[in-house]
Ligand binder design. Structure first.
Ligand SMILES: *Cc1c(COP(=O)(O)O)cnc(C)c1O
Length: 226
C-alpha cells in the first residue's frame, strides 16, 4: 500500500474504534471529534488525511504549522487546526492567526497576551485550559487546584472564548483518574469541550467523557525520537 492509502486505512480504523468506544459508553459517536495529530509529518501526509475526509488536525509547534498549513488551508477552507503544544507569548500573534483552537492556555500571562492579540487581530480561536493533572514538574499545564481560577480569569476577566480543558496523563500510569478529573473540571466550570486521549488510550478517554481525542501515531505512523 502507498503511504496515503495506509493513512486512509488507519483513519477508517480509528474512526471505527471511536464509534465503538462511544457506543459502549452509551454516547453518540458524532459527539466525539477526532483531532489528527500531524506534528513532525510532512504536508503530504496531512494532504492524504484530507483526501480521506479528515478535517481537524493538531500541531504542537507554531513554526512547523506555519510552514505546513497555509497552502493546505487554501485548498481546504473548512479544515480546523488545533494548537496542542506549549505556546510562548512571543508566538501568540502567529498562533492567533493560524489556529482555530488553542488547547494549551495554562497561565495568566498567556491568557492576557491572547486577549490582547485577539482584540487586535479581530480573530477569536477557541481556547482550552491545559491542566497538569499529574502535577509533573516538566509538563505544561495549570495545577488542578488552580484550574478553576485560571478558567474564571481567562473567561470572565480577559473575555477569552474558553471552551474547555485539555490534559495529558503521566506516562506509565493508569490514565483513567486523570481523565475523570479533566471531565470533572470541565463540568464544574460549565465547559463543553474535553480534549484527552491519544493513540494509546483514546478509548478510555471516551469512556470518561472526552469530546476531542488527539491521535497521531496510530494514523500517521511512528515519529522520529526527539
Ligand atoms: C503528540 C501528541 C499527541 C498524539 O500522540 P500519539 O501518541 O502519537 O497519538 C496528542 N496530544 C499531544 C499534546 C501531543 O503532543
Amino acid at each position: 500500500m502507498s503511504d496515503s492509502s495506509v493513512i486512509a486505512a488507519n483513519l477508517a480504523l480509528i474512526r471505527e474504534r471511536i464509534a465503538r468506544a462511544a457506543l459502549a459508553s452509551g454516547r453518540d459517536p458524532a459527539a466525539i471529534e477526532l483531532v489528527a495529530v500531524s506534528k513532525t509529518h510532512p504536508a503530504e501526509a496531512a494532504a492524504a488525511a484530507l483526501a480521506a475526509g479528515q478535517r481537524v488536525f493538531g500541531e504542537n509547534r507554531v513554526q512547523e504549522a506555519k510552514a505546513k498549513w497555509p497552502d493546505l488551508r487554501h485548498s481546504f477552507p473548512d479544515l480546523r487546526l488545533h494548537l496542542i503544544g506549549p505556546l510562548q507569548t512571543n508566538k501568540v500573534r502567529d498562533a492567533v492567526a493560524l489556529f482555530d483552537v488553542i488547547e494549551t492556555v495554562d497561565r495568566p500571562k498567556l491568557a492576557a497576551a491572547l486577549a490582547h492579540e485577539m482584540a487586535r487581530a479581530h480573530r477569536r480561536p477557541l481556547c482550552l485550559i491545559q491542566v497538569n493533572t499529574g502535577r509533573e514538574p516538566q509538563k505544561a499545564g495549570v495545577d488542578p487546584d488552580q484550574a478553576g481560577r485560571l478558567i474564571a480569569l481567562a473567561r470572565d476577566e480577559y473575555g477569552l472564548p474558553v471552551a474547555g480543558v485539555m490534559g495529558i496523563p503521566p506516562a506509565g500510569e493508569d490514565p483513567t483518574p486523570h481523565f475523570r478529573l479533566l471531565a470533572e473540571l470541565a463540568a464544574r466550570a460549565g465547559l463543553a469541550m474535553v480534549s484527552m486521549g491519544m493513540s494509546g488510550d483514546f478509548e478510555q478517554a471516551i469512556a470518561c467523557g472526552a469530546t476531542h481525542v488527539r491521535v497521531g501515531s496510530a494514523i500517521f505512523g511512528a515519529r522520529e525520537a526527539p
